[in-house]
Design a binder for this molecule. Structure first.
Ligand code: SAH
Length: 231
């Protein structure tokens, strides 16, 4: 069998929100094949409060609770004592915007720790003390970091070698080469008068490859010209 390439630990108040993305399809198979290990840690288990509270009111007043230092610090310290993390990630709307480049970079890591926030977020000192990367999945606010964490994990795990059946298939996805993917077709060759581009039926591998590249360029120019701006 393969050797386990990556371990991802996720600190969360709601592991049930994370379960299904890892229980189906490609992520499920990656875990079964031991290409990645994903472990959820219930933050409440680390709370010293007798009611297992993990949040408190804000200093300075204002609506909304803040996740307290004690349980998060205890969870991170405990996990850090067991392995060395390449990154300790906090999911946050004010983090760097997630993209394929970050996914590529994270896919080469051995150990990742992801912290999911809730309420108004976490005490800022936790961010200063432990967090090495803050990632946002877009300019909108969700109620918790679990869905963002699952998205990041999905994008990262499918890039781990041997996770996708056909080794080349991740390389031909959108963004991998700063281009959108070309259109794809399957049977039937004609549907409601719409025919599949003839070149794809020609069996001519080189011409097909050129056509796909042209299509990728054209679609990128049309839909996402910003991707073609060289820095
Ligand atoms: N008050 C915070 C938002 C808190 S939302 C602010 O204005 O920035 C609660 C939690 O959901 C956050 O701690 C974060 O973990 C998660 N979250 C919400 N939107 C997110 C996004 N766009 N990207 C990543 N995580 C997000």
């Amino acid at each position: 069998m393969y050797f386990c390439h990556m371990r991802i630990d996720i600190i969360t108040l709601h592991p049930e929100l994370l379960e299904s993305p890892f229980s189906a399809s490609i992520l499920k198979r990656a875990i079964e094949k031991k290409l990645v290990e994903v472990v959820f840690h219930q933050l409440r288990d680390y709370s010293k409060d007798k009611h297992r509270r993990v949040d408190d009111t804000q200093f300075g007043g204002g609506a909304g609770m803040v996740m307290s230092i004690q349980p998060i610090s205890a969870a991170i310290e405990h996990l850090k004592s067991q392995r060395k993390y390449d990154e300790i990630i906090y999911m946050s709307p004010d983090g760097i915007r997630f993209n394929q480049g970050i996914a590529n970079q994270l896919s080469t890591c051995e150990n990742l720790l992801i912290l999911c926030g809730h309420y108004k977020g976490i005490d800022h000192r936790i961010r200063e003390e432990y967090i090495t990367k803050e990632i946002s999945i877009g300019d909108f606010v969700l109620s918790g970091g679990e869905l963002p964490a699952a998205m990041v994990c999905d994008a990262v795990i499918r890039l781990i070698p041997h996770v996708l059946g056909d080794e080349t298939s991740a390389l031909t996805d959108s963004f991998q080469d700063d281009l959108l993917a070309p259109p794809v077709y399957t049977r039937p060759a004609e549907w409601r008068g719409r025919e599949v581009p003839e070149i794809l039926l020609s069996g001519h591998a080189k011409k097909i490859e050129d056509w796909r590249h042209d299509q990728a360029m054209e679609r990128t120019q049309l839909l996402r010209p910003d991707l073609l701006d060289t820095e």
